[in-house]
Write a protein that binds this ligand. Sequence first.
Ligand code: CDP
Ligand code: MG
Length: 711
Amino acid sequence: QRYRDPTAGEKMNPFAEQEAWEDHQIGKATLNFGSKNKRRMSDDYQFVFEDQIDFIKASVMEGDKFDEEQTELHEQSKAQSALEKLQAERKTLPIYQYRDELLKAVHDHQVLVIVGETGSGKTTQIPQYLHEAGYTKHGKVGCTQPRRVAAMSVAARVSQEMGVKLGHEVGYSIRFEDCTSEKTVLKYMTDGMLLREFLGEPDLAGYSVVMVDEAHERTLSTDILFGLVKDIVRFRPDLKLLISSATLDAEKFSDYFDSAPIFKIPGRRYPVEIHYTKAPEADYLDAAIVTALQIHVTQPPGDILVFLTGQEEIETAEEIMKHRIRGLGTKIAELIICPIYANLPTELQAKIFEPTPEGARKVVLATNIAETSLTIDGIKYVIDPGFCKMKSYNPRTGMESLLVSPISKASANQRAGRSGRTGPGKCFRLYTAYNYYNDLDDNTVPEIQRTNLANVVLMLKSLGIHDLLHFDFMDPPPSEALLKSLELLFALSALNKLGELTKVGRRMAEFPLDPMLSKMIVASEKYKCSDEIISIAAMLSIGNSIFYRPKDKQVHADNARMNFHAGNVGDHIALLKVRSMKRARDIRDQLEGLLERVEIELVSNPNDLEAIKKSITSGFFPHSGRLQKNGSYRTVKHPQTVHIHPSSGLAQVLPRWVVYHELVLTTKEYMRQVTELKPEWLVEIAPHYYQLKDVEDSTSKKMPRGEGRAS
Ligand code: CDP
Ligand code: MG
């Protein structure tokens, strides 16, 4: 229970419709959902059914080869009118009226802060205006986004508006995926990717304009970019720098960039009615689902946007909703459920932007991505449970965790605003007015103050920036966090005692990975198993999705995974994993290219498991754990009780010593991706980090002496 509300039970707010809204408990009683068994059976049908659809589609295509010419003509004119329609739409955006004024301001000032409501057209239009005004004749226009999905979807939209193929004139670049070409003049990318471009091109010579978009998000990469681009504009007078933000808190950006002028795009914002719950909700997910269905049944047309915290939660909500809708019978209008989160396959992302068919209603289940990064038209109702997943970092232990935390007032207001873009809207906050005024912070703490900085420190060091304590941060990170990352990089032999980059560190910096992963790869040279290690790194980089476990096919997925652990990879796993495997393959190819760049030979040594494990240990030795009598583990350096994640192949084996990839906190603190190790390796590989006394076991008195450090 995060919220405590002394006024719970009092009627806080006099809005109309409040009654209907508070009645949602009634809706709860009548909205039923089917039994578990029933669900499973229908899923089996669905499985077969999907194959049949593919089969049907294939046969239709076979028979469809007639009249190709006519179809082509038809397609052409259809594309033409679609383009015209998009051009007309562009002119209706709030920013359009200010096009010339904006271009003049960009012409007159080197650095400009641009502020405008979400949906006013900043991200999609400004780069196009700059292109039309000739800025792309002498370089690219780069536009950064904090999120992968936003970079991809915005680039796709702009390429449509310009009538060009995505990846040609308009492209995007995200980690491990470069969809640009020689032709590309408008480049959307994650802020992290632009940061990496500094390594190859420290003055960003290929760009005529850099637009740091969604600046208010204050991601770690954006904050570091601020410092770097601020420096560049001093010696590149021809470079234009735009800082764009959705919130009015722009003075801070202006002050930081030596009083750069602020260009405000007057917003078109309709009134939004805010509704609060009377008492705190015990189960916000259930409350959100009930509220959405209640809106669907009782409120006039308009789409619904629900803010949830992550993929898992969104999938759960989708499943429950589908079943409850079935329980509502056939008299109810169609409700189209559209999930959107960072790992959603690209093909499925497009669905949220498709206009809602007449008579139906769309409910978008989104993470924070829909707060300001993506604009979805037609939203009239917003449901805000008041939470998001937030990274937090403990500099003392060096542990990072992702926790569901209350949002800030600024976030809550952004969320509410999403309902009033095209007409008056309503926002349902699943918390009390008292919570809003008294418990929520005004603003979200910038990421730089709550994250592990090892990655960024390594990057800044490789850019030749040594004095990190005096780097021009907009908000400086806590100095303990900086020290902690220097310590880690020293332990990984990326920095020497003076804090200077070593050869190992220089090689590590070439990989767009966390330092521990990069170190594992660099160390594989010594153990002659680089081939296997980059495969492992690629698999780890795509995260959990390798064992894709769609909510509605969990049984299949789990069976498939069990087969996998038993050593016989079944057909199911191949079927289920094709997409993720392809991505892992792509990442692996790129890592192979990077190996070549740092002159590490690709050597395969599949049978020497000890060599592979030692390479892993070379990167992850700070993550070691020792088995306790009760079956839990104790981390070695900063003692903490942890467990092997139930999905691990070692969950039943419980080896005495392990290294793990990461800790995740769910019901317990779990180690995910676990490998057995011999304690003497720790001393052998990291003698500067572990001493014999750290790894001495009561059962094994004699310990072989370390051979020296791996580097
Ligand atoms: O950046 P800002 O929030 O100011 O607006 P934008 O992202 O440029 O969006 C302007 C308009 O483009 C939105 O209202 C959407 O209608 C449209 N858009 C879209 O249809 N599909 C996208 N992927 C992005 C934008
Ligand atoms: Mg935008």
